[in-house]
Design a protein around this ligand. Structure first.
Ligand code: ATP
Ligand code: MG
Ligand code: MG
Ligand code: MG
Length: 468
């Protein structure tokens, strides 16, 4: 079953249960300073959940574009994580509750008319005190008790506000993906066998200022399921990257690089990272985020540069990412027309940014080569902090890149020294700002130039982000 069919089935199923279908919101949150990116299907619907806005229909379903940069290190390593993915969701704003949502989830997953998973492969986790959810799975659905795991972490609570227990549904991918004797091999453990497909959150309490919990008068349901994960199961492939959502991108990259997929582990990681990052970058640019040195723009710049560096692993020394943009459009355009409509713009932005980075790379690399040579002459096996900082500050050469290249030559880089130079630079900028009236005008951007060379997590406040 193609991913686009799965998405369509989801929407049709929930429509048949009286839900209104909401289109995906843009990746940039609207009026929500607590989020850098939309990271879940529920995020753009918050005004309904906290009662600021009353929806026409209390039942809503969607397929929402999401970005989770906190999963970046997992990309290419696990079979199931992306920085950009689609979350399928169904929501009840003070309408239906546990019984309906569990019953419908089971129907959608196991009825051959919809997804048709083998029911014997499904297991769930519940919050230990949520006997109601346990009973529903066990008595109403008929799931054997040994396939219902009680998990303390199954409680959604982000501090003050609505919160509650959740129940998560896992698909057992079978012996080839993990040995049941391994203590981590169960639905709550670190393994690739039990694939988490769907999270059902029962928002039934209010977490009060004083730390107490009181039942909410209007209980809500918030669910999220990963489209790419459904696709990997339904297309009977090893990982999300082997589905029709990623394969055309990977194949095109192979063609451009003259390599083959699944012949070399290192190449495969690079191909997956590139396929992942190009989706994130293309969609964000399509939603108006431009590469820059702060906030969201910085996340995009880092992702794009990271993809370029993985391109180098495949031997690609000139811009190529922009050539993948039309493929993203071909795959996703059916549901997200913006990637097709804005294709030329997205391509231009990506190409320009790639070209700039290549210039930076070649300038920086020449200097780095000299630094390595000098270090060797002096009998040192380390690049100094101030030298690494100069590369960063003058040539825009990211620290981790310096580190990677140094490592290839058997050298390390002095991170503490780099951080100290960065701090000195900040102090100087601040002092200069205070001294000179004319500098005050440019003070902000100048001081901000020494941004941290780390990914800004999706939880970071937008106060650091450029407002677009
Ligand atoms: P995991 O434990 O696999 O990291 P999660 O518990 O962090 O997932 P939730 O926050 O519960 O995920 O999100 C709801 C659903 O969205 C998940 O059950 C999964 O199907 C999907 N999902 C979450 N994060 C990702 C991701 N980075 N890439 C692809 N799909 C994801
Ligand atoms: Mg996660
Ligand atoms: Mg999880
Ligand atoms: Mg989860």
């Amino acid at each position: 079953m193609k991913a686009s069919e799965i998405r369509a089935k989801w929407l049709k199923f929930f429509e048949s249960k009286g839900h209104k279908i909401e289109p995906s919101a843009p990746l940039v949150p609207h009026n929500d300073p607590s989020l850098l990116w939309i990271n879940a299907g529920m995020a753009p619907l918050k005004p309904y959940f906290d009662g600021r806005v009353v929806p026409d229909n209390p039942r809503i379903a969607n397929s929402q574009k999401c970005i989770r940069t906190n999963d970046i290190e997992n990309v290419g390593k696990t079979r199931r994580h992306h920085t950009f993915f689609e979350m399928l969701g169904n929501f009840s704003i003070g309408d239906y509750f546990k019984e309906e949502v569990i019953t419908w989830a089971w129907e959608f997953l196991t009825d051959p008319q919809w997804i048709g998973f083998d029911p014997n492969r499904l297991s769930v986790t519940v919050y230990p005190e949520d006997t109601e959810a346990f009973e529903l799975w066990n008595k109403k659905i008929g799931l054997p008790a040994e396939r219902i795991y009680k998990l303390q972490e199954n409680f959604w609570d982000i501090g003050e506000g609505p919160c509650g227990p959740c129940t998560e549904i896992f698909y057992d991918r079978g012996d080839a993906y993990g040995d049941l004797n391994d203590p981590e091999c169960w639905p709550g453990g670190e393994n690739e066998r039990f694939l988490e497909v769907w999270n059902l959150v029962f928002s039934q309490f209010n977490h009060n200022k004083d730390g107490s919990y009181t039942p909410l008068p209007n209980k809500n349901i918030d669910t999220g399921a990963g489209l790419e994960r459904f696709a990997s199961i339904l297309q009977d492939v090893d990982s999300n990257f082997d589905t029709d959502l990623f394969q055309p991108i990977i194949q095109k990259t192979c063609e451009l690089a003259g390599v083959k997929y699944k012949q070399n582990e290192e190449y495969d990681v690079a191909l997956k990272v590139i396929a992942d990052h190009i989706r994130t970058v293309a969609f964000s640019v399509g939603d108006g985020v431009l590469p820059s040195n702060e906030g969201r723009g910085y996340v995009i710049r880092r992702l794009l540069r990271r993809a370029v560096r993985y391109g180098k692993v495949l031997g690609m020394d000139k811009p190529f990412l922009y050539l993948l943009t039309p493929i993203v459009g071909d795959i996703m355009g059916v549901y997200y027309p913006e990637v097709v409509e804005k294709r030329e713009f997205i391509e231009r932005v990506i190409r320009t940014e790639e070209e700039r980075f290549h210039e930076t790379l070649s300038d920086g690399l020449a200097i780095l080569a000299e630094l390595v040579e000098n270090a060797r002459k002096e009998g040192s096996n380390q690049i100094s902090g101030p030298d690494a900082f100069k590369l960063y500050d003058t040539y825009g050469f990211p620290f981790d890149l310096t580190e990677d290249f140094a490592a290839e030559k058997g050298l390390t880089v002095d991170r503490d020294g780099f951080d100290r130079s960065m701090q000195e630079q900040r102090d100087r900028a601040r002092a200069a700002r205070q001294e000179s009236e004319s500098m005050k005008v440019q003070g902000g951007p100048l001081a901000d130039f020494t941004v941290k060379s780390e990914f800004v997590g999706y939880t970071e406040l937008v106060t650091t982000a450029k407002v677009i």
